[in-house]
Design a protein around this ligand. Structure first.
Ligand code: PLP
Length: 389
């Protein structure tokens, strides 16, 4: 069997996902586990979006959808981008994909020839390295530092480039760190892409979940629209993880490649899901704002619950659905801490080691439970850390 898709997250060795799988087993066996692991909502898809999905099914338009995405959805996406960013977008610059993850894969296949490399910043979203590999490429992993709030350094990225590097993969707001990349940093990375003729693959699935400051898309920077592929989806913004709907925005020739990829793989996204997405994008502003607000409140509640604990320090997230905790003062690895916390308190969080090596000694708490549950869980986590420190 091909090695390209072996060792996908959580299936191989003990990279931190053992906590998640053990927590699931315990929960399935009836233990009351507080799951703060993966980034799936406790919030359900809004009934108005589901109505739009059902209406579409009842209209009976259930044939093959256009592989690029429906005209209405591509238009709605282009209008959203044009309204929210400095650089307008056209429908021909949009490829509809079944979720951001499929968008990442499509963007990598469209930009890398077999064996070429792509820069991935550590800590990284759990699928990144394997997605580069599955797309036939090679990941060059560049660390960031907790001490810098996990903001990458352009000089460090430049030093790591290889002659065959074709792309840099960025994610802001960031999962797992919660960092929102500073404008001068984005400028420096854009400058690097222009000088070294690189693609920038910009994963912006948390773009509406910004708690501090503003989201800035690197596509807006001078000369970048022609070399940036923005990956986005409705998974996080509209609580539609299960609908598998997203897009890639980029220059037309790259988008055309992705259309060809769709012809050989997905053959399009179900029409009723696309119709629900059109509704979500054109009439779902309040739904989106309410979800973002809910996560902001949860984030604030978690930071408040930590108080000024000495053994557990938060990297206050500027965006996203997670809070990273620095537990290095306890002397334990994130992995050991998370397993012991699961046993002692029935609270499941992701060890920083699940996201590369730069977040060792950290924990990622997903804000996927109501505020009261988070307050209680974080209080118990701090007490636990105090006991073992
Ligand atoms: N990119 C990042 C940074 C994510 O955190 C996630 C999901 O957690 C994805 C992509 C995949 O999202 P989607 O559900 O749109 O495939």
């Amino acid at each position: 069997l091909s090695q390209r898709i072996s060792g996908i997250v959580g299936q191989g060795g003990d990279d931190g996902w053992s906590v998640y799988y053990r927590a699931r087993e315990l929960a399935e066996a009836g233990h009351p586990i507080v799951m703060l692991t993966v980034g799936d909502h406790d919030i359900k898809t809004d009934p108005a979006i589901l109505d739009a999905m059902r209406d579409s099914q009842q209209r009976g338009d259930l044939g093959y959808p256009p592989v690029t995405g429906s005209a209405a959805l591509r238009r709605a996406i282009a209008e959203r981008v044009s309204a929210r960013t400095m650089h307008p977008a056209r429908p021909a610059e949009v490829q509809v994909v079944p979720g951001g993850q499929a968008g990442l894969f499509a963007a990598l296949v469209a930009t890398l020839d077999p064996g070429q490399s792509c820069v991935v910043l550590d800590p990284y979203y759990a699928t990144y390295v394997q997605t580069v590999r599955a797309a036939g490429g090679r990941a060059i992993v560049v660390p960031t530092d907790a001490e810098d709030g996990f903001q990458p350094e352009a000089a460090r990225i430049e030093a790591a480039l290889a002659p065959d590097t074709r792309a840099i993969l960025l994610n802001t707001p960031n999962n797992p760190t919660g960092a929102v990349y500073a404008p001068d940093l984005l400028e420096a990375i854009a400058d690097l892409c222009r000088r070294r003729d690189l693609w920038l693959i910009s994963d912006e699935v948390y773009d509406v979940q910004v708690h501090v400051g503003r989201h800035a898309s690197p596509r807006d920077l001078p000369g970048m629209a022609g070399r940036t592929l923005v990956v986005n989806s409705l998974s996080k913004s509209h609580a539609m993880t299960g609908s598998r709907i997203g897009w890639v925005l980029g220059p037309e020739d790259a988008i055309a490649r992705m259309g060809e990829l769709a012809t050989t793989t997905t053959y399009g996204v179900p029409g009723f899901i696309q119709d629900a997405a059109v509704f979500a994008l054109t009439q779902g502003a309040q739904i989106e704002e309410a979800i973002a607000l809910r996560y902001r409140r949860r984030r604030d509640a978690v930071l408040e619950s930590l108080g000024n604990a000495r053994a557990v320090r938060a990297n206050a997230p500027a965006g996203g659905m997670y809070v990273m905790l620095d537990i290095r003062p306890t002397g334990l690895s994130g992995l050991d801490f998370a397993h012991r916390l699961l046993d002692a308190e029935g609270i499941a969080v992701m060890p920083g080691e699940s996201f590369g090596t730069a977040a060792a000694g950290h924990l990622r708490v997903a804000l996927t439970r109501p505020e009261a549950v988070l307050r209680d869980a974080l209080g118990r986590l701090v007490d636990f850390a105090r006991r073992i420190a």
